[in-house]
Design a binder for this molecule. Structure first.
Ligand code: ADP
Length: 267
């Protein structure tokens, strides 16, 4: 396995004093990994992402990027290297043209004009949307907006790219375009972390799956081990894996609480 690029250690976080959203989450993310995060709505996935990219500050616990403990002085470096593509592109896109939108991050890094222009051209070409450069993002289609929001992160040259439920708002054609882009990013050495409710996608794409439940990690391993545990297969008397039935079996056998079952996008 590759070196650990990001380490989260015993992260606790609450939005209010009533309920902890993260109850001591520890996770090592390895360089160039294709990591998929499963978990029901409200299980803490997005809160975890915001804690490991410096948008939220853990109440307690530590984040290390390339073995360096992130303190106040390291936040900028962390945010540059851990980019998040949000579920809803409209919440991410802020500028009035695609060019201005994708320039925003590199400009904030303090790069000179020529380098910003190069970053923007390269990122838009990477996502096959250079022809949209002068368009106002808010009038683009859902698939085009998603590609602009990914170009935002590519232009930052983030080493880790987190996708929070990326396919939820995409039609099948755009899901296919998105998956091709993921493969390209992966072969270019990016570390990819993706939360999804689509177990079939998780199985197809991931080289490791982590399952969140109620602010904790309840499973972590190879897809085949997490989704098609041999004990589960035996209990369910399945001759071959039927992925969408696996979670039912886990619930039936009280291995996973019903609340922890990801919502299915494929029936
Ligand atoms: P997921 O991404 O798995 O759906 P979240 O991290 O969004 O889970 O939510 C974890 C918990 O934190 C939930 O109980 C949710 O209601 C709560 N939560 C999330 N965001 C906020 C917020 N901005 N203010 C208050 N509570 C929040």
């Amino acid at each position: 396995m590759n070196d650990v690029i990001l380490k989260a250690e015993n992260i606790h976080y609450s939005y209010d004093s009533e309920k902890e959203a993260l109850k001591g989450v520890s996770l090592d993310i390895h360089e160039k990994e294709r990591l998929v995060i499963l978990g029901a709505n409200g299980s803490g996935k997005s809160t975890f992402f915001l804690n490991i990219n410096g948008v939220l500050k853990p109440e307690s616990g530590e984040v290390y990027y390339k073995d360096k403990l992130i303190d106040k002085s390291g936040i900028k470096e962390l945010r540059k290297n851990v980019g998040i593509v949000f579920q809803d592109a409209d919440n991410q896109i802020i500028a009035s043209s695609v060019r201005a939108e994708v320039s925003f991050g590199p400009m904030n890094l303090g790069l000179d004009k020529e380098e910003v222009k190069k970053r923007v051209d390269d990122a838009l070409n990477y996502m096959n949307i250079h022809h949209l450069i002068d368009r106002p993002p808010h009038y683009l289609s859902g698939g085009e907006k998603k590609r602009v929001s990914i170009a935002d992160i590519i232009a930052m040259d983030s080493k880790i790219i987190i996708f929070d439920e990326p396919t939820a708002s995409l039609d099948p054609k755009n899901v296919a375009i998105f998956e091709d882009a993921l493969d390209k990013m992966s072969s270019d050495g990016k570390t990819l972390v993706i939360s999804t409710h689509d177990i079939e996608f998780a199985y197809r794409f991931a080289d490791r799956i982590v399952v969140f439940c109620d602010g904790n990690i309840i499973a972590d391993g190879k897809p085949v081990d997490v989704l098609i545990d041999s004990k589960v297969l035996k209990m369910a008397n399945l001759k071959k894996p039927i992925l969408l039935d696996v979670f039912d079996t886990l619930v039936e056998n009280s291995i996973v609480k019903k609340d922890c079952v990801p919502v299915r996008s494929v029936e």
